[in-house]
Design a binder for this molecule. Structure first.
Ligand code: AMP
Ligand code: ZN
Length: 498
């Protein structure tokens, strides 16, 4: 399968370092506030990449850090009169909670910067020992960019061009304006740890290299993040690791395109953001996933609530299709069905959708193309149901619904799966009252009620027909007319999720 390596600007065959295994790392959030849906897009993209690699049979080890010490956290803590630790702990939990609501799988390893200080100090000592870093009097330690012959290899920037663009900073402790902090000497009121250079805390780029090395071993197969991390963050991570351990940090660097609002990158500083929490309070996670996955992960994604509303409709269409297929198969199970060309055509549509899904995902995780294959199968399935009336081929019909559920499941879209608790048992009582039903099966009771209502309508006994309908809706059910007949289903829960 092909993956796009932003380091080479080209797609390349994915060749795991260890056969059958993928080790991947995706930079996590700085936990000073709720994340916004732009951040959510990046984490969701890598969730799907990870899920698909597992689906292909790779044994995937996925690590993601929490940056729980940083200027932004310290500033937020000072504004609110709290400790940095309190702020970081609150928003680490909030991040984990929102990721789970979005059905993003937990990482296998979730290191926190504040728990990894010894590994970072060890890396910095290694860099100083090899002449790639230097400590200055105030307790800061800097990475010497010009000491790294491969500097620029991730972002494609040249050191001399960077030099021209570098701001003349007031910081006179640095030997070169290009150098960046590996360790920052403690300032009053800031969290700090003991180190060979006195009390201090790590610079932002330090943690990821140290964690990747400690938990996954370098080089790893895939290193990911949003495209805004390519420079300087990933460039610096790469330089630290390459100089310290004399190996590249990652074989493939993958970066997601930015989520935008009105053409502008969503960001905290511009104020044009929606938090993931507020969006998930209003919309089902699967609608958010569907919206995001309808754009390739490397392309920019224009977000609007109008688009998200449209996606709710698309999700309903898929859910309805799966439910109607299963229901039609259920109704038809007793009948003798003679195999027709239409059955073969549905079988071919299933096989075609599977193949196309795999082809699109194998081409650098083209979820937009993969979803087009899924929607194509839904359209073919609906057409089949319309054409066949109630006389469907059970196995072809179930294969179509199972395939829709399976392929969407690979993308982490799981609400289309039919509920296990199909119809409420109260239907039995209602059917006993309204339709003279004497059994104890909710599905049979539904049939009896629908037959009684149809009979009442045929006799123009509207009062009775309405009473049956009202009884049904009082149980939270609605009637849906399908080609295979009328069926009862749970009324849609609407946009909001509990
Ligand atoms: P941060 O906490 O700022 O480091 O961001 C966490 C992740 O979200 C990083 O991988 C960023 O690249 C990514 N990110 C930030 N803004 C956006 C955006 N508007 N669209 C997509 N990803 C973003
Ligand atoms: Zn990182």
């Amino acid at each position: 399968m092909l993956v796009y390596n932003s380091q080479t600007h080209a797609k390349q065959e994915l060749e795991p370092i260890e056969p059958g295994k993928i080790r991947m790392y995706v930079c996590g959030p700085t936990v000073y506030d709720q994340i916004h849906i732009g951040n959510g897009r990046t984490f969701l993209s890598f969730d799907v990449i990870r899920r698909y690699l597992s689906y292909k049979g790779y044994q995937v080890t996925f690590a993601q850090n929490l940056t729980d010490v940083d200027d932004k956290i310290i500033n937020r803590a000072n504004e609110q009169g709290r400790t940095a630790e309190e702020v970081a702990s609150e928003f680490s939990e909030a991040f984990i909670c929102q990721m789970r609501r979005l059905n993003v799988l937990d990482p296998d390893i979730r290191p926190r910067a504040t728990h990894e200080i010894p590994a970072m100090i060890e890396m910095i000592q290694g860099l100083i020992g090899q002449g790639n870093a230097y400590a200055v009097d105030n307790g800061d330690v800097y990475f010497s960019v010009r000491s790294c012959p491969t500097y620029g290899c991730v972002s494609g920037r040249k050191v001399d061009e960077l030099q021209v663009g570098a701001r003349i900073e007031e910081n006179e402790d640095k030997r070169d304006p290009l150098d960046f902090a590996l360790w920052k000497g403690a300032k009053p009121g800031e969290p700090s740890w003991d180190s060979p250079w006195g009390k201090g805390r790590p610079g932002w780029h330090t943690e990821c290299s140290a964690m990747v090395h400690r938990y996954l071993g370098t080089p790893i197969d895939i290193h990911g993040g949003g495209a805004d991390l390519i420079f300087p963050h990933h460039e610096n991570e790469s330089a630290q690791a390459t100089c310290c351990w004399h190996e590249p940090l990652a074989n493939v660097w993958m970066h997601t395109g930015m989520l935008r609002v009105d053409g502008e990158k969503m960001s905290k500083s511009l104020g044009n953001f929606f938090t993931l929490k507020e969006v998930l309070d209003k919309y089902p996670a699967d609608a958010v996933r569907l919206l995001m996955l309808q754009t390739h992960y490397r392309s920019p994604l224009d977000f609007s609530y109008e688009r998200l509303d449209g996606t709710v409709g698309s999700l309903d269409r898929l859910t309805g299709c799966v439910a109607n297929l299963r229901w039609a198969a259920d109704q038809a199970s007793a009948s003798d069905h003679e195999v027709t060309d239409a059955d073969h055509a549905l079988g071919a549509a299933v096989a075609g959708a599977r193949e196309e899904f795999g082809r699109q995902m194998d081409d650098d995780f083209n979820t937009a193309g993969a979803l087009a294959a899924v929607f194509g199968l839904a359209t073919a399935s609906n057409a089949y149901l319309d054409q066949m009336g109630g006389d469907v081929c059970t196995s072809a019909t179930l294969r179509a619904s199972d395939t829709l559920v399976e392929l969407l499941g690979v993308l982490g879209i799981e609400s289309v799966r039919p509920a296990t608790t199909e119809l409420p048992h109260e239907l039995v009582t209602l059917a006993a009252e309204q339709a003279g039903y004497a059994g104890d099966d909710a599905d049979e009771a539904a049939k009896a009620l629908l037959a009684a209502r149809a009979a009442a309508r045929a006799e123009k006994d509207w009062a009775r027909a309405d009473a049956i309908r009202d009884g049904i809706s009082a149980l939270g059910l609605v009637m849906e007319d399908t080609a295979a007949g009328t069926r009862l289903k749970m009324a849609s829960a609407g946009k909001a999720e509990a």
